[in-house]
Design a protein around this ligand. Structure first.
Ligand SMILES: [Ca+2]
Ligand SMILES: [Ca+2]
Ligand SMILES: [Ca+2]
Length: 188
């Protein structure tokens, strides 16, 4: 018997948080999950929300594994710290990549998580040519003031910092230990 989802609407942030009922989960994001995501697009108009955050119920495997849904992607926010490469390797093992920030909404979403985390951006192949993990060159960026500064010539990996301002990226040493955020696109 399916339960009604709990819906919490934050009028100030114009965000709805949906704690949904369990769905069949084999660990993969497939058609069923996609249908569910589509269903909540309607809620956006209803609550006049800009964003819908979709969390899964405690009995759901994706929820247990720590995935959060926002718009067209799922995100995994780590609870341990690793180097940039080990973080990317972890994302790959989950069928994902370190997050590619390709919209202002996604940047705002990451900022609201209030955690210093690796994202999928590096200039280690060529200094000052910042590339995403999918190989695309950085276009729109959200660097903090005076960043990237390649401090001591050794900062080649990008992190989001806890910040009240929209521009909160910093370049840091790739071998420093950080939390990280993986992104998995919802299957079309
Ligand atoms: Ca993205
Ligand atoms: Ca650099
Ligand atoms: Ca820096």
């Amino acid at each position: 018997m399916p339960n009604q989802p709990d819906i919490v609407v934050d009028k100030q942030q114009k965000t709805a948080v949906v704690i949904d009922v369990a769905i069949p989960s084999d660990g993969n994001i497939r058609k069923k999950e996609h249908e569910k995501v589509e269903k909540y697009q309607g809620l956006r108009e209803e609550c006049k929300c800009n964003d819908i955050l979709l969390f899964f119920s405690h009995s759901d495997r994706l929820f247990q594994e720590g995935w959060v849904h926002f718009r067209s992607s799922f995100y995994y926010i780590s609870s341990t710290e690793k180097t940039w490469q080990k973080s990317q390797d972890d994302c790959l093992s989950r069928g994902a990549d370190l997050t590619i920030v390709d919209s202002r909404e996604e940047q705002d979403f990451l900022r609201r998580l209030s955690k210093v985390m690796w994202i999928g951006l590096t200039d280690r192949a060529e200094e000052r040519t910042w590339r995403w993990v999918d190989g695309t060159v950085l276009n729109t960026s959200y660097w903090s003031d005076r960043q990237p500064n390649n401090w001591r010539g050794k900062q080649d990996c990008a992190e989001v910092q806890t910040s009240d301002v929209e521009n909160n990226w910093n370049d840091a040493r790739c071998d420093s230990q950080n939390y990280w955020v993986c992104e998995k696109k919802v299957a079309p």
